[in-house]
Design a protein around this ligand. Structure first.
Ligand code: E4P
Length: 251
């Protein structure tokens, strides 16, 4: 039985907003897939937030560079602006260091910016060690650049809050990215790991649908694929006809 039915039906869930979800339901680990936007652009974050479906944000050094945010102070200021905008949702900010001490130093600094900061750590040996230390310090982490089930097991074992399998980049290399998400979801369910699967490197709306089917806890997507979920030509045709019929009868 889905854990949802222990508390309320899907229909009732509809009435709970993102804030309620993050504050009360998320800790219960219910399977309601969260929507993060994968961007450092404040206007794009605002757009999804205004739709009422924003649960968080992920960034990476490439996305920050795309917004021309450079220099340590500007980067930290920008993360703070994103955290303030998102309010309760988690915001992933990536460390640049690749050695353990450097990652801990940077991660602590990032975590001091706001309570909703998640320190993004690469899937390397020192990264795993850093994730364990952050876990012990009560600092949330997102283990990034994940391309195999073995890496997913290591990150969960170390206590990562989120795990980011890069779906699109796997597809780009001729493998099926979503198969990895399915595989990890199965392993995490068997082992009862707390780490949340954050399907990343989302390239299109179908990736979001497939991630939901594969058992991802979270998707992080650029704005385009999120808005693409709205689209169906029959919706447009149907709406135009309804409005036309209304106008005909109400002139
Ligand atoms: C987010 O956490 C990842 O860094 C991002 O989804 C990577 O996406 P890309 O493969 O499109 O660069």
């Amino acid at each position: 039985m889905s854990p949802h039915f222990l508390f309320f039906s899907r229909k009732q869930e509809y009435f709970f907003d993102s804030f309620f979800l993050q504050q009360y339901l998320q800790p219960l680990n219910l399977t309601i897939m969260k929507f993060f936007i994968d961007t450092a652009n404040l206007n794009e974050i605002r757009e999804v937030k205004a739709m009422g479906i924003l649960d968080g944000v992920t960034t990476n050094p490439s996305l920050m560079a795309k917004e021309k945010i450079t220099g340590k102070d500007n980067i930290l200021k920008h993360y703070k602006a994103i955290c303030d905008l998102v309010e309760v949702g988690d915001v992933s900010a990536e460390v640049i260091a690749t050695d353990y001490e450097g990652m801990i130093r940077e991660g602590r600094e990032l975590a001091e910016l706001a309570p909703n900061i998640v320190v993004k750590v690469p899937m390397i040996k020192d990264g795993i060690k850093a994730i364990r230390t952050f876990f012990n310090l009560g600092i949330k982490t997102n283990c990034t650049l994940v391309f195999s089930a073995g890496q997913a097991i290591l990150a969960a074992k170390a206590g990562a809050t989120y795990l980011s399998p890069f779906v699109g980049r796997i597809d780009d290399s001729g493998w099926e990215g979503m198969a990895l998400v399915r595989d990890i979801a199965e392993i995490y369910a068997i082992q009862d790991y707390d780490t949340q699967i954050l399907a990343a490197s989302i390239r299109n709306s179908l990736h979001i649908v497939e991630a939901a089917r594969a058992g991802a806890d979270v998707i992080t997507s650029p704005l385009g694929p999120i808005l693409g979920l709205l689209n169906h030509p029959l919706t447009d045709i149907g709406l135009a006809k309804f409005l036309e019929d209304y106008r005909k009868g109400n002139q």
